[in-house]
Design a binder for this molecule. Structure first.
Ligand code: EPU
Length: 350
């Protein structure tokens, strides 16, 4: 086990923010965690688990010991008439795993193609896109308790998945003491891909692709290609323009609140949810407040998708986490003043 000191984190966060880890240790397997916890210097130290860094805003150097998860491996665990069960190491790149499943003949993850980040980050955020969320394809995961060193397994219910939310985003000590943030390190994730495969095509962007191409019964590979094309056209590549994907969650309101807003802004983009609430497009709200393409300091609002905040300073003069958060707060204030809606950030602010 090698603990590195004063490690630059700019290459390890998709915003490209400059910050350092006071100490960082790479975790390639369960044994590395065991060695770390057996070491008196690190046993009780506060710890921060870092996956792909695609959903974080670093607002300063990280004083907690950073555990950089690099656990690899992909395998078919089980094949039944009803599902393929697959397992991947938490350090695997999510998109590479999606591509691999299709190459191997296990369809089901194609709508979630090209989502940045690692397999271990996927359940934390309950990633989702184009009508499918991780929880729809989740079987179970293995994790290690960073306090006791014990390994444990969680099923979907125990992960408490919500919209871009899970038990891993909540600190312990909250209501019912249910949070695992900073406490659990995810080592492996198992996915359940239902058989027979059924395409998920309800999302507007995919309906457009069907109309454009005349293909009404696309294969999983075709959907994968469409999703990649839509994402590439709409979302910036973080390797070129630093970002953390959608910066805010899409808010939900009551039908009464929505009717009130429609009376003032008839064009508002909204979707009815199964529970009777209405989901509003945060990108539309931000766009309507005139933020698209705006810049504050070195942080900006992407010109093709107002929900994405970007680092306009490149690698040489990157935005600071403070600049990103100042821009985020200004956006929250103007959306609140115009619509009475409080936008909630999606990334984890460190
Ligand atoms: N819109 C605007 N102006 C904008 C941006 C969006 O008017 O600047 C409108 C669009 O025209 C559309 C609606 O808002 O009618 C929704 O936009 P889009 O289809 O791009 O999806 P989104 O709600 O902005 C969500 C997820 C994305 C995911 C896509 C596709 C959240 C916070 N974001 O974005 O996830 O890829 O749907 O499923 O739920 C992420 O979480 O990082 C992410 C990229």
């Amino acid at each position: 086990m090698i603990v590195e000191h004063n490690v630059p984190l700019q290459p390890h966060n998709s915003f490209g923010i400059v910050a350092r880890a006071h100490s960082l240790v790479r975790i390639a397997g369960e044994a590395d965690v065991a060695a770390l916890l057996a070491d008196a210097r690190w046993h009780a130290a506060p710890k921060f688990v870092l996956g792909g860094g695609s959903n974080i805003v670093l607002t300063g150097d990280v004083k907690s010991l950073v555990l950089k998860v690099e656990i690899m491996g992909r395998r078919l665990v089980e094949e039944t008439p009803r599902a393929w069960i697959l397992e991947a190491g938490a350090g695997e790149t999510w998109h590479d795993v999606v591509r691999w499943t299709l190459e191997e003949g296990y369809p089901g993850l194609e709508n979630m193609a090209l989502i940045p980040g690692t397999v271990g980050g996927a359940p934390v955020q309950n990633i989702g896109a184009y009508g499918v969320e991780l929880q729809d394809r989740f079987e179970s995961l293995d994790a290690i308790d960073l306090v006791t060193g014990r390994s444990f397994m969680l099923d979907a219910a125990q992960c408490a998945f919500g919209y871009r939310d899970s038990v891993f985003k909540h600190a312990a000590g909250g209501p019912n003491d249910f949070g695992l943030a900073g406490r659990a390190l995810i080592t492996r994730v198992r996915l359940r891909l239902p058989r027979p495969w059924k395409p998920v095509l309800g999302y507007l962007d995919l309906e457009r692709k069907m109309a454009e191409t005349g293909i009404h019964a696309p294969s999983a590979q075709q959907i994968f290609d469409w999703v990649c094309a839509v994402r590439t056209a709409k979302l910036p590549d973080w390797r070129v323009l630093g970002n953390a994907g959608s910066f805010f969650k899409n808010p939900t309101v009551t039908p009464e609140q929505c009717a009130d807003i429609i009376a003032r802004d008839p064009k508002i983009v909204h979707y009815p949810m199964a529970d009777g609430s209405i989901k509003l497009a945060a990108g539309w709200l931000i766009d309507a407040c005139g933020w698209k393409g705006k810049t504050m300091g070195n942080a900006g609002v992407y010109e093709k998708q107002a929900l994405v905040l970007v680092n306009r300073g490149g690698k040489a003069h990157p935005a600071t986490g403070g600049e990103v958060m100042t821009l985020a707060k200004a956006i929250q204030t103007s959306v609140y003043e115009r619509f009475g809606i409080r936008l909630e950030p999606e990334p984890v602010v460190v």
